[in-house]
Design a protein around this ligand. Structure first.
Ligand SMILES: [Cu+2]
Length: 171
């Protein structure tokens, strides 16, 4: 019993030193993880061909509660566009969300990506898809605008000014 335990420990040690060696040999980039930090520099990223963001607005909730952004994506290009995330300097946390009804209750789920087919549209609207905006860096002011950068497959980006509207706004 004791011997078997020692063997296990030895095997474990060998395995860990092997994997340490495997990693030491080459310089691999940091693992990509969900969130804004995995995106590139919006200022230098190319725009996805034929894709536009229109009518972007933010339903502002008071007291730094999570707010949501709504907009329409239009793809007049000849290839499908895939929205993979969004970011904004005005918020600490920005996520793509879909709304669903679970057991008769409204719920939100993460959306990894949104496909906008060539020649098609995709609407983010109250009750449906939205960009969740959490941890605002300052109180949102109705009537002002904030830029949101939308990231697409292939490190493509689009930035749109989004008008801040009151909590009662539906569109
Ligand atoms: Cu949400």
């Amino acid at each position: 019993m004791k011997y078997a335990f020692k063997l296990l420990v030895a095997a474990f040690a060998a395995a860990t030193s092997l994997s340490a060696q495997a990693h030491a040999g080459h310089d691999h980039p940091a693992h990509p993880h969900p969130g804004q930090s995995s995106f590139g520099d919006a200022a230098t990223a190319a725009a996805p061909e034929g894709v536009t963001v229109s009518n972007c607005w933010i339903r502002a909730l008071p007291n730094r509660l999570p707010s949501a952004a709504y907009f329409t994506l239009n793809n007049s290009g000849d290839r499908d566009a895939v929205l993979v995330g969004a970011q904004s300097k005005a918020f600490g946390k920005v996520m793509l969300h879909a709304s669903k009804t679970v057991n008769g209750m409204a719920a939100m789920v993460h959306a990894d990506k949104i496909e906008v087919p060539a020649g098609g549209n995709f609407e983010f609207a109250p009750g449906g898809h939205h960009v969740m905006l959490e941890q605002p860096t300052s109180e949102l002011q109705v009537g002002k605008s904030l830029p949101i950068t939308f990231w697409f497959d292939g490190d493509r980006a689009l930035t749109s000014d989004c008008e801040i509207r009151s909590p009662a706004s539906l569109k």
